[in-house]
Design a protein around this ligand. Structure first.
Ligand SMILES: *Cc1c(COP(=O)(O)O)cnc(C)c1O
Length: 429
């Protein structure tokens, strides 16, 4: 098996994420990107229909964000954030506090660390008070990131199997996801709420969820009313509610934040992905003032001893400020996106291979009615290959196919995405 990679055209010094070399095509080399399009070394141009793993919010190479980063880079590119502060970080904290209703911002580098920080704050906040609330609750199908705490909170899956003995215990509650025309959802919601009520009888430190939409487990959507019932139950019990908005934040669900759309207010919120418009790796954990105050004390052990080298990186802050400004100035771009998906998804759903269509904000998804519901179902890769030939880049989650384009995508480009899917499905049948 020596040098399998070299013999098959893979780079001898790179290791790609969630990629099995023996069963994957070699990576496509990208030369540049603009708007919704990626331009490859070989001259091909692809529509990036999944916003490059859900981060490219407005579009690639968005000029105002690029300019903001460039201005910041010659002013202050980085400074240690203990002992120092700076304007971009202060401005971003002030803005995000106003938008989320959570007064404190703690910076990290990505979505997983934003979740780790939320978890550590919740856990230590109780400990600082001498409380014995030790249970954590999360939902079936949850994905919160690939670091150990985030993995433990996420549901067990193929992705976490190797590390099982190292993952701490979490109580797990059903996630009553639904789709167009679903008539069993009410019963499932009631069952999930009963499960949650039972779990909350054990003293609970925190409950974490992906508000309105679980991403990685297959674009699984719940109804706002369910989320309100969950929040009421959780916060009524005294437990903290953590909203993982790493994916749903910044307009993805049609409102600036999914919590806002659902009408709930979490105690902690994890943000990343769209935070910088997809330009810079950055995470932010928003916390209520009540939680912040629980760390202010004469006892050294009450301190939140957590910090990343690149905390509050000024380039990331500048990108995030520019991205927020774009979002606020063009709010109809995200609030109106669902209306663009609906007629196209309806049309596609006539195909008998399309099952359980659903749509929220800029996300549209369905299950391919072939084989089992599994990440390893090969049908997704067949569809990916076919769409690539038609100039559309997708990355289905097993047999769950979804579109999550950048906000700048044109009507004709969006139609091309649906057209490619239609052809790919016809080829399957
Ligand atoms: C992507 C994602 C994460 C992890 O973010 P990374 O930046 O990949 O570490 C956490 N939570 C949710 C809901 C996500 O979609």
């Amino acid at each position: 098996m020596a040098n399998f990679a070299e013999t098959t055209g893979w780079h001898p010094h790179l290791w790609h994420p969630t990629t099995q070399v023996v069963s994957s095509p070699t990576p496509m080399r990208v030369r540049c990107a603009k708007g919704s399009e990626l331009e490859l070394d070989d001259g091909r141009v692809l529509i990036d229909a999944i916003s490059s793993w859900w981060v490219t919010l407005h579009g690639h190479a968005e000029p105002s964000i690029a300019a903001a980063i460039s201005r910041q880079a010659v002013l202050l590119e980085q400074v240690i954030f203990a002992n120092f502060s700076h304007e971009p970080a202060e401005d971003l904290a002030t803005k995000l506090s106003a938008l989320t209703g959570l007064d404190r911002l703690f910076f990290s580098d990505n979505g997983s660390t934003a979740v780790e920080v939320a978890l550590k704050i919740a856990w230590q906040w109780w400990r600082n008070q001498g409380s014995k609330r030790h249970q954590l609750i999360a939902f079936e199908g949850a994905y919160h990131g690939d670091t150990f705490g985030a993995m433990a909170l996420g549901d067990r899956s193929l992705f976490t199997e190797a590390y099982e003995p190292l993952l701490f215990n979490v109580a797990r509650v059903a996630w009553p996801h639904c789709h167009w025309g679903d008539n069993s959802v009410e019963l499932q919601e009631q069952q999930a709420l009963s499960q949650l009520a039972l779990a909350l009888e054990t003293p609970t430190a925190a409950v974490i969820l992906e508000p309105l939409l679980q991403g990685a487990s297959g674009m699984r959507q719940v109804r706002p009313g369910f989320l309100r019932a969950v929040a009421e139950m959780v916060q009524g019990s005294g437990a903290l509610l953590i909203a993982d908005e790493v994916f749903t934040g910044f307009g993805r669900t049609g409102a600036l934040f999914a919590c806002e759309k659902a009408g709930i207010k979490a105690d902690l919120m994890a943000l990343s992905k769209g935070l910088t418009g997809g330009f810079m790796p950055m995470g932010a954990t928003m916390a209520s003032e009540r939680l912040y105050q629980g760390f202010i004390s004469e006892r050294p052990t009450d301190t939140f001893f957590h910090g990343h080298s690149f905390t509050a990186n000024p380039l990331g802050c500048a990108a995030a400020l520019a991205s927020l400004e774009l979002l606020q100035q063009n709010s109809e771009r995200f609030s109106g996106f669902e209306e663009r998906h609906i007629p196209l998804l309806k049309q596609l759903s006539i195909n008998p291979l399309v099952r359980q269509p659903r749509c929220l904000g800029s996300m549209a998804a369905f299950e391919v009615n072939a084989g089992e519901n599994s990440y390893l179902n090969p049908v997704g890769k067949q569809i990916q290959r076919h769409c690539l030939e038609l100039g559309v880049y997708l990355r289905p989650l097993g047999n769950v196919v979804y579109l999550l384009p950048p906000l700048c995508i044109s009507d004709s480009q969006l139609q091309r995405c649906y057209g490619a899917l239609e052809q790919a499905l016809d080829a399957l049948a």
